[in-house]
Design a binder for this molecule. Structure first.
Ligand SMILES: [Zn+2]
Length: 412
């Protein structure tokens, strides 16, 4: 099956296969071709160029993209998209003045989601989760990282990861899974944190590994949740099973989580709403990519990750949604890209780089997606007719997507 897209107004994010992420000043550059064509064989990009060089390709399907932009689909490297129920009530509680921490202390928050999930069957959890997966695919997401962490019992954590694996198998988007057993301390382990860590390390982790359910390991390293010491214990245990860290750090407090992640060769350190110079220093020269989650800042009214500080220090930055029922009930990467420009002072080029090629790096998928590169998966967004790519984040909240192609097929 050959698909040919012609007359593309601008084909964005053209990269050589050797580029796996972009950092610092390079992020201001978004390589593109005007008046372009693109060829897809089955599910892979096999050729592209300017219309004047259009080869005599016999296509089974032809798409005329006149006036439209084509770019790689979004790579959302941080989500909790598998969950049960919702937390609308807490939304109202917050409007009425309670903080995220106060809600958590009342048995709300992550523990609330965990209770609901524990009482939901695997099939029902799958059914609820794929509604959201289908929705984000339509919004242009072609690669998705999915975390556990709303189970908090061995059985429920395994259930979450099995659902994530079913999503990987049954949908055309690329999926990576992360074991986040240390997301919160279940109430039955109150004042017995070490016992819970023992459960995570000695019971959950071996079972997750045995069923091959996770690519990465994560910890919610935060005051009131898991300390540096706890985090290090988990990361070391994960290493025994070849699980690379991707960790939650610096959401509310900066106390050394970034340096710890770097020390353990974390693929990414995520959140970073609170950031100090020591954090930036520790990231320099490392292979760890910082990930910002602006929808979470928006929803909780907490500070935005200081993107300018990170990028101006020469570092790479990725953007993701953090799609979850408590702090970000939205998986819209288009909104993330707009918010990064509006609130974090990222340029459209920086934000698009952060949501595509750098997002792919942050989930270990650089070889498969994140750019228009021969041999990569044909996961693409075709926009509506827009004046320029800068219009996408500028006209925020509007739907600029005409169609989405995943694994070579038009899905919407
Ligand atoms: Zn998260």
């Amino acid at each position: 099956m050959t698909t040919l897209i012609t007359n593309i107004k601008e084909l964005l994010q053209i990269r050589d296969a050797s580029v796996n992420k972009v950092s610092g000043k390079e992020m201001k550059h978004l390589p593109s071709l005007k008046n372009a064509f693109l060829v897809i064989e089955n599910d892979v990009i096999t050729d592209f160029g300017e219309m004047k060089d259009l080869p005599n390709t016999k296509a089974d399907k032809q798409i005329n993209a006149k006036g439209k932009m084509v770019l790689p689909s979004w790579c959302d490297s941080h989500t909790h998209i598998v969950y049960a129920g919702n937390r609308e009530q807490e939304f109202v509680d917050r409007i009425n003045g309670l903080s995220y921490e106060e809600i958590a202390n009342r048995g709300g928050g992550i523990l609330n989601s965990a209770k609901t999930l524990q009482n939901t069957s695997e099939d029902e959890l799958y059914k609820q989760s794929i509604i959201r997966v289908k929705e984000v695919m339509k919004l242009g997401t072609g690669a998705l990282e999915i975390k556990s962490g709303y189970g908090l019992t061995t059985e429920a954590e395994l259930k979450m990861l099995r659902v994530a694996k079913r999503i990987e198998k049954n949908f055309p988007l690329l999926v990576k899974t992360t074991f986040l057993g240390a997301h919160a301390l279940p109430s039955e382990f109150k004042n017995k944190k070490n016992e819970y860590l023992d459960l995570v390390i000695n019971d959950m982790l071996p079972k997750v590994a045995k069923e091959n359910l996770a690519d990465y390991i994560d910890v919610f390293c935060e005051k009131g949740y898991f300390s540096l010491e706890d985090t290090e214990r988990i990361l070391k245990a994960g290493k025994q099973y070849n699980l690379i860290p991707k960790i939650h750090v610096n959401q509310f407090n900066a106390f050394g989580g970034v340096a710890l992640g770097v020390k353990h060769n974390a693929l990414s350190v995520d959140h970073l709403e609170e950031l100090n110079t020591a954090d930036i220093t520790s990231l320099k020269g490392s292979n760890t990519i910082p990930v910002a989650l602006p929808s979470c800042s928006y929803f909780l009214s907490i500070p935005y990750t200081p993107a300018r500080q990170l990028i101006d220090a020469g570092l790479p930055l990725a953007l993701a949604t953090d799609y979850n029922p408590g702090s970000t009930p939205s998986g819209n990467m288009n909104f993330v890209v707009s918010t990064a420009c509006i609130k974090m002072k990222m340029t459209p080029e920086e934000a698009i780089n952060a949501a595509t090629i750098n997002g792919a790096y942050a989930m270990g998928l650089s070889n498969e997606c994140g750019s228009i590169t021969k041999g990569k998966k044909a996961n693409l967004i075709i926009t509506k007719e827009v004046p320029s790519y800068g219009f996408l984040p500028y006209a925020f909240g509007n739907n600029h997507i005409d169609s989405v192609i995943l694994a070579g097929k038009v899905i919407s």
